[in-house]
Design a protein around this ligand. Structure first.
Ligand SMILES: Cc1cc2nc3c(=O)[nH]c(=O)nc-3n(C[C@H](O)[C@H](O)[C@H](O)COP(=O)(O)OP(=O)(O)OC[C@H]3O[C@@H](n4cnc5c(N)ncnc54)[C@H](O)[C@@H]3O)c2cc1C
Length: 477
């Protein structure tokens, strides 16, 4: 057993853990960070650092260091639906967040965050695989193994930032099995010459809900991948790597002509559902361990940094009060809920609706028409792009007042939505036929669809309850 009693032990040195450790060490708190890997290490990711991530880097004091490693600011994105370019959009003008994103591989990005925490005073022990926790008198014991060696580390508080298959989450009683699964496959290419925006996002029925992406920097180095949600209740039509190969050969055929693959194609599937609890006595979960990534676009780096900051604040308050009970650490959940809870719940409701394969064609049809509408109206385009990227609060998508304000008021824009393209039936007929197809598909799998319908209803109800509570609270204020 290690003799030291640390104020906080952070398990996992990804963006969530390194941000929490950086904030804590910056406040003079004694922090130990454990990770099963040594750094720099690989992490399968799109490597996209959103405007929100840049704002969090700034708060941590590493924005300059990160930006110095990147090649060019990304301000626009091309979006394709079923093989056709549906729109090109940018981030909303700078305000709370900058109006650009950047790309940096996770080997370098995560290492910068970790070095920042260490510079501020955090201690880092690589190569330790955490197996479990135990509450002991005045501390929590963290059981870890490295090589053939076992050790117990003792801390007053543990922050579990150990990703999707979090050992800390399991230790506080969460099950990591049921719920939505996320499938992701990613590869790198060099020598990519692409026209238009440096971020391209592709929606298609074979990987929906989710999307394919191509992110390319100024040197022609590109990260390409597919990420989509599946529900184990519905059969997966084909192996993800097959879908990925078709994506490369079809959607990306033109843009990858003459480019060279580099490195292995990596990825797999992982559980993607909200654990029942994200804190307990002496323990908090952040980032992917708490499933806090954005359900609409999958972005989780900034969310992990954000929750790392809230967990650090709750830990500091608990240390000051000398109270490490679940009641004391509930502050963490309330910070997260106040800032991001409603957005996450809204985005998750959309994901739950869209994950039913019977509704795929209808959802894509609606997305395509929203794309047409955004092409006709710049302020609606900014609204839709802002909500999808999470730069604007996603709860606005279910606020009747905000949607009404954002919807185009000019008749021409609406005509463009209804206009038929050559060989295309009218919108009403397309919508009716895709809904009829959805009905037939639903009848083919009644049990799965009943389960899905009750999940949608319960999530919609919870969101509505929350909206009502917020309205009541704002009425009282
Ligand atoms: C294919 C793909 C593409 C993505 N693209 C993007 C993108 O472009 N932009 C974006 O914002 N987000 C993206 N994400 C999401 C993003 O990668 C995650 O949300 C983010 O990494 C979460 O950070 P984290 O610190 O919570 O966890 P992680 O980054 O997963 O870090 C967890 C750390 O814990 C360590 N660990 C795990 N288990 C143990 C253990 N038992 N003991 C000790 N250490 C342990 C790991 O070694 C790791 O270092 C993508 C995800 C995938 C799968």
């Amino acid at each position: 057993m290690s003799g030291a009693l640390y104020d906080v032990i952070v398990v996992g040195a990804g963006p969530g853990g390194a941000a929490a450790a950086g904030f804590l060490a910056g406040r003079g708190i004694d922090v130990l960070v454990l990770d099963k890997s040594d750094f720099p290490r690989e992490k399968v990711c799109g490597d996209g650092l959103t405007p929100q991530a840049i704002a969090w880097m700034d708060r941590l004091g590493v924005a300059e260091e990160v930006l110095a490693e990147t090649r060019g600011c990304i301000k626009t994105c091309d979006l394709y639906i079923n093989g056709r370019r549906a729109l090109s959009a940018g981030f909303p003008p700078p305000g709370r967040y900058p109006d650009f994103a950047v790309l940096l591989d996770r080997r370098r990005f995560d290492h910068i965050l970790l070095r920042n925490a260490v510079r501020k005073g955090a201690k880092f022990r690589p190569g330790w695989v955490v197996r479990g926790l135990e509450l002991a008198e005045g501390a929590v014991s963290v059981f870890a193994r490295s090589g053939g060696k076992s050790e117990q580390f003792r801390g007053k508080i543990v922050i579990g930032a150990d990703g999707v298959s979090s050992a800390v989450s399991r230790a506080i009683g969460n099950r990591l099995k049921s719920g939505v699964m996320a499938v992701s496959v990613r590869g790198y290419f060099t020598g990519v010459k692409c026209e238009g925006a440096p971020i391209k996002v592709y929606f298609d029925r074979s990987y929906f809900p989710g999307y394919g992406w191509l992110f390319v920097d100024e040197t022609g180095f590109a990260n390409v991948g597919l990420g989509y949600a599946i529900d184990p209740a519905f059969a997966l039509p084909e192996a993800p790597r097959l879908t990925f190969r078709r994506f490369l050969g079809r959607e990306l055929a033109e843009v990858l002509r003459g480019a060279e693959p580099c490195g292995a194609i990596s990825g797999g599937s992982s559980a993607f559902f909200r654990p029942e609890r994200i804190f307990d006595a002496r323990v908090m979960l952040v980032g992917d361990a708490a499933n806090q990534s954005d359900p609409l676009n999958g972005g989780g780096i900034h969310k992990a940094m954000e929750s790392g900051c809230y967990a650090a604040r709750a830990a500091e308050a608990a240390l000051e009060a000398g109270d490490f009970s679940a009641e004391s650490l509930a502050l963490y959940q309330s910070l997260w809920e106040n800032e991001s809870g409603q957005d996450w719940q809204t985005a998750e409701l959309f994901l739950t609706i869209a994950k039913n394969p019977a509704l795929r064609d209808f959802c894509l049809l609606m997305l395509e028409r929203i794309g047409r509408l955004t092409n006709e109206d710049a302020s609606f385009r900014a609204f839709a792009a802002g909500v999808f990227s999470g730069v604007l609060a996603q709860r606005l998508a279910v606020s009747p007042a905000a949607v009404l304000r954002a919807f185009p008021k000019n008749v021409e824009a609406w005509r463009a939505v209804l206009r038929r393209r050559e060989g295309e039936p009218g919108l009403a007929r397309m919508a009716a036929s895709s809904l009829a197809g959805a009905g037939r598909a639903a009848l083919g799998a009644p049990l799965a669809n009943l389960g899905w319908a009750s999940e949608v209803a319960s999530k919609a109800l919870r969101l509505a309850e929350r909206e009502v509570a917020m309205l009541a609270a704002s009425g009282r204020a």
